[in-house]
Write a new protein. Structure first.
Length: 95
């Protein structure tokens, strides 16, 4: 069963965020994840949610997501994201 990470991002500093993207990709793969979707123009079909960039990641387990997110080597990369974008994220288990 796959586990998905849905991230809603509002990028404030595109140059710094590009650095984040370049550094985080290999780490996602290292922890068994993959990028399933990246959409800078998501289409809202219901409600009032207004994300400007949506990213979907896939991992094998919740534990794999947490191992990636809590990894010591992710923390300086995470700081780049926090300084360059605001974000919301959630973990959802697939069926």
């Amino acid at each position: 069963m796959s586990v998905y990470v849905l991230i809603d991002l509002d990028v404030r500093d595109p140059e710094a965020f590009a650095e984040y993207v370049a550094k985080v990709g290999p780490l996602i793969i290292q922890y068994g994840g993959k990028v399933v979707a990246t959409d800078p123009e998501p289409e809202l079909y219901e409600g009032d949610w207004a994300p400007s960039l949506v990213v979907v990641l896939e991992f094998e387990t919740r534990a794999a997501v947490r191992a990636f997110y809590d990894a010591p080597e992710y923390q300086p990369i995470r700081a780049i994201r926090i300084n360059s974008a605001t974000s919301n994220g959630l973990i959802a288990v697939g069926r």
